[in-house]
Design a protein around this ligand. Structure first.
Ligand code: AR6
Length: 328
């Protein structure tokens, strides 16, 4: 049945096609894609349907989606979740996209787990939510609650503050809160190496063998490939350990400044930072906010090529602490 349309002819709906028994329609005026998923739903069939949608002339990256699974069933195992998550990360664009899944309770055995996991995996770029009927799904996708949300930007839009998983951002460089060994760890470091793959580790090993046999000192920054990340490069910097390193403020400021200078020297336009040192290294988040914002402002004053610095917080609570204590 591939390629046959249903021709529903509703106003504003501009194209229609089917994959197996499932179908899509694009409502360009609403920036919206409708998916109607029939039968057994697997990662492959869903990816195939989405690929067809993306190949449509009406498709624009960043469209929101309402997917109706009420006539579908399935039970996903872990490898399918991974495949679909990788696909989502691959197609993610750097703006908020909403995916509403309309489900009948029980028809997708893994729905409660799969979709929530996927949504957690992709962080803030794609927000997923589940509904039992299309009306509320549509309301949410249209962002009826979005008007209240303010975009937090500073320095004439050169700095944006957001929440999510830094490894899903499609930017020129993501900054890694690394340790001196450059060989991986937990937190941001673990997430970057996990998703970025072995190319990043190989590049780090080479840096250790050549430039930094004794490890990267705190406050310094180095650049490697982004491997399989959506980001092109990773900038590894080592923050101060709170209570151990002397002059933690100067070292933390140096992490931000040297990372920005390194990006500028490589003609990179967009850089995303996590909240360096505020996790395993224990730097108080409020104090880190003041230091980071001052350092970024100073560095950007001397780095015209950098168009956008994204500050990425794992939780809204962390973001709010930053917003309350930043000194841009
Ligand atoms: N995206 C955005 N922010 C994140 C993510 C993520 N995927 N994961 C964690 N955070 P940490 P540090 C936040 O511990 O304090 C490692 O083992 C997290 O909530 O990653 O500089 C290294 O190898 C926290 O606010 O970095 C080092 O040994 C912030 O990112 C050591 O930890 C930084 O937390 C570095 O510790």
């Amino acid at each position: 049945m591939i390629g046959t349309g249903h021709g529903i002819g509703q106003h504003g709906i501009e194209s229609m096609a089917t994959v197996m028994e499932s179908s899509y329609s694009i409502d360009a005026s609403e920036n919206l894609i409708w998916l109607k998923v029939w039968g057994e739903v697997t990662a492959e069939s869903l990816i195939e349907l989405l690929n067809r949608t993306r190949a449509d002339a009406q498709y624009v990256p960043g469209m929101d989606i309402v997917a109706d699974y009420r006539e579908a069933y399935g039970s996903w195992d872990y490898s399918e979740i991974q495949r679909f998550r990788d696909y989502i990360v691959h197609i993610a664009v750097p703006c908020e996209v909403r995916w509403a899944a309309v489900l009948k309770p029980g028809n997708l055995a893994a729905a409660g787990h799969v979709l929530i996991l996927i949504s957690e995996a992709v962080g803030a770029d794609i927000k997923m939510r589940m509904f039992e009927e299309t009306h509320s799904a549509l309301r949410w996708v249209r962002g009826e609650d979005r008007a209240k949300a303010t975009m937090h930007t500073f320095l004439n839009g050169r700095v944006e503050v957001r929440t999510g998983d830094i490894t899903s951002l499609r930017v020129d460089a993501v900054v890694n809160a690394a340790n001196s060994t450059l060989l991986g760890g937990s937190g941001v470091d673990g997430a970057i190496h996990r998703r970025g793959g072995k190319q990043i580790l190989e590049a780090c090993r080479e840096l250790r063998e050549t430039c930094y046999p004794r490890g990267l000192p705190p406050g310094e920054a180095v650049l490697t490939t982004g491997g399989n990340l959506p980001a092109r490069y990773v900038i590894h910097t080592v923050g101060p350990v709170w209570g151990r390193d002397q002059h933690p403020e100067a070292l933390l400021a140096s992490c931000y400044k040297k990372s920005i200078m390194l990006a500028a020297n490589h003609s990179l336009g967009s850089v995303a930072f996590p909240a360096i040192s505020t996790g395993a290294y224990g730097y108080p988040k409020d104090e880190a906010a003041a230091v980071a914002s001052c350092a970024i402002a100073q560095a950007l004053a001397q780095a015209d090529a950098i168009e956008r610095v994204s500050l990425v917080f794992f939780s809204e609570a962390d973001r709010d602490v930053f917003l309350a204590h930043q000194q841009f």
